[in-house]
Design a binder for this molecule. Structure first.
Ligand code: CA
Length: 262
């Protein structure tokens, strides 16, 4: 798993954040919002809290014999805790007032992947030459697409496309979308902020991934270059998770990792 984040061409700061923790099969990406550095604070809190809580949960290994539920439950809890932390910081630190973040996170386990999201950051899956969007944006515009009022292409052009209907930190509670999917060998999962998906069509993303033939670092470079060549209007972040199931966690390695971060 590897990732990249880039401020883009028109912005000086980068409000996106991502982390990968191969030991626990975790990838997490957040896109912050809020004035003057607050967006950076929000996305930073989001990825850090998700990472810490998942490492903690897997190091303890609570409920090991109910393994499937562990990933789902831990991921949901970690995102809910990130929501509370951002909400609290926004309420108590004047410079953070009104901040929020989207989040998208994936965890590999066995021959499955658990995918959670809030907001309009996305997960795509590339399988057998086909690129498919797995998450449904929590945005006004996608709601209109879903109801058949406008087309996907009209949505891409809309000036209102960045209005999200759900985000971390906005309210004390958050409703997290979470799903579990079967993984097959050679699946590629792509997590991204809207700085990628607003600028490049699915066809262009697919073309770049296929042209790189397994050179994932090269693919990340190409994706960012292409976005910036198209004007780079927003921060852009992409994480690639190449799956080789079954994925197993080494409890000892996770426990060592836990000691490192505490
Ligand atoms: Ca963005």
């Amino acid at each position: 798993m590897i990732g990249v984040t880039d401020p883009g061409v028109r912005r000086n700061n980068n409000e996106d954040a991502y982390l990968v923790v191969p030991e626990i099969g975790l990838a997490v990406l957040a896109d912050g919002m809020g004035g003057h550095l607050a967006g950076e604070v929000a996305s930073g809190i989001a990825v850090d809290i998700v990472r810490r809580n998942l490492i903690g949960a897997f190091a303890r290994g609570d409920d090991e014999n109910d393994c499937d539920a562990l990933e789902r439950r831990s991921l949901r809890q970690a995102i809910e805790l990130a929501n509370s932390a951002i909400h609290e910081a926004a309420a108590t630190r004047p410079e953070c007032a009104g901040m929020g973040a989207t989040v998208v996170a994936t965890i590999l386990f066995g021959d499955k992947i658990c995918i959670a999201h809030v907001g309009d950051s996305r997960v795509y899956r590339l399988r057998s030459g086909r690129l498919e969007q797995i998450t449904q944006d929590h945005s006004m515009i996608q709601e209109l697409v879903r109801r058949g009022f406008i087309s996907q292409e009209e949505a891409r052009q809309s000036v209102n496309r960045n209005v999200v209907t759900r985000a971390l930190g906005v309210e004390a509670q958050v409703n997290v979308d979470i799903g579990e999917h079967d993984v097959v060998a050679d699946d590629l999962y792509l997590l991204c902020s809207d700085g990628l998906s607003d600028v490049l069509t699915d066809e262009v993303i697919l073309e770049i991934l296929q042209a790189q033939q397994g050179d994932w670092e090269g693919a990340l470079r190409q994706l960012v270059m292409q976005v910036n060549a198209c004007g780079g209007p927003d921060n852009v972040s992409v994480v690639l998770v190449h799956a080789d199931p079954p994925f197993t966690r080494n409890r000892q390695a996770v426990q060592q990792l836990e000691q490192l971060i505490n």
